[in-house]
Design a protein around this ligand. Sequence first.
Ligand SMILES: NC(=O)c1ccc[n+]([C@@H]2O[C@H](COP(=O)([O-])OP(=O)(O)OC[C@H]3O[C@@H](n4cnc5c(N)ncnc54)[C@H](O)[C@@H]3O)[C@@H](O)[C@H]2O)c1
Length: 367
Amino acid sequence: MTHEPVRVGVIGAGNVSDEYLATLRAAPGVDVIGVADLDRERAAAQARKHGVPFSGDTAELLALPGLELVVNLTIPAVHAQVALQAIAAGKHVWGEKPLTLDRASARAVLDAATAAGVRVGNAPDTVLGRGIQQSQQLIAEGRIGTPQTVLTLMQGPGPDAWHPRPDFLFARGAGPLFDIGPYYLTTLALLFGPIDTVQALGHRAFDVRTVPYGERAGNRIPVEVWTHVSVLTRFRSGVVGTSIYSFDSPVRRQLFEVTGSGGTLTVPVSGFDGPSVLVPAGRPQPEPEELMPSGAERERGIGVVEMAAAIRADREPRASGALAFHVLDAMLAIEESVDAGAPVAVASSFDPVPPLDPQWGAGGSWQ
Ligand SMILES: NC(=O)c1ccc[n+]([C@@H]2O[C@H](COP(=O)([O-])OP(=O)(O)OC[C@H]3O[C@@H](n4cnc5c(N)ncnc54)[C@H](O)[C@@H]3O)[C@@H](O)[C@H]2O)c1
């Protein structure tokens, strides 16, 4: 069955928009009809570069005839405001992470969407990549028995080392927990279901960071967030997790390791692809088995493509607003736990996310 492509407008023509526009311009299920930004020149440059017919400001984009889905790639501080504006204009909204900065505005976005009869989808869409999808499948097949514990580690020197405008990455709504945490927490939620309780400690190595390179080299950024967070997590399913999120280490290291009653699985958490590494339990210790995923390659923006198929099928997108709300709720609970020095319960929930067909996208069809 083929459908009319979903007409998409992108708001926010910054750093991440290149990857989105490249994926969306190539996908048959969507038609990018406009790009908007506060900075009209930036919007115009991105529209020219990616062959998009219109550029302008948000109000002009929202008035484009036939626009159905807004892709909100603005900075976290305005995610809620831009999403609400798009919903008020009757558009479905895909947003970059985090969903918003607080529970009240996130709830307002989801409630406004329900009232308007439109859907909300949200990054990260790495969870729909071949790598994490394969890990989900392996766990569902019982290849490590029943999952018991999970260990995740994300550390590095921080995004001031590469981002051209890194200031927002050390402001409320970012830092390692809110900027990178969504990749880990969304994967954790996908694999183990809703979180029950978190307990965390925070640390900040520097109160001010000096941008080392790029257009803002020498600029001093006030650090408003914890730049190292250690978290203990209990899932409602009984799984227990240990996680570190840090921008304070010169050593880059990423790990996502699930241990079950029958073995350990390393999940390729940091991108859309990569092998799952299986170590079955047993003595003598079996050799690790590296399993490459099959099917069509997927890149950033694939969540919008999946959401477009969901809109046409009148169902929830897999990377749903409810899932993003739970991840935001968990991140806020982690921050609250740091402040309180005590465990904090996570109240929200979401429906289990069905795995994609491993052959999804094969032959160029993303329905
Ligand atoms: N840079 C990356 O590699 C990356 C990767 C994954 C996710 N993200 C997420 O994508 C989002 C954007 O990040 P970025 O790195 O592209 O930031 P950026 O600062 O490079 O771009 C943001 C753009 O949004 C525009 N903008 C801000 N407020 C606006 C408003 N009210 N209306 C219209 N436009 C507005 C800015 O002018 C800017 O062009 C963030 O939520 C970030 O977490 C970024």
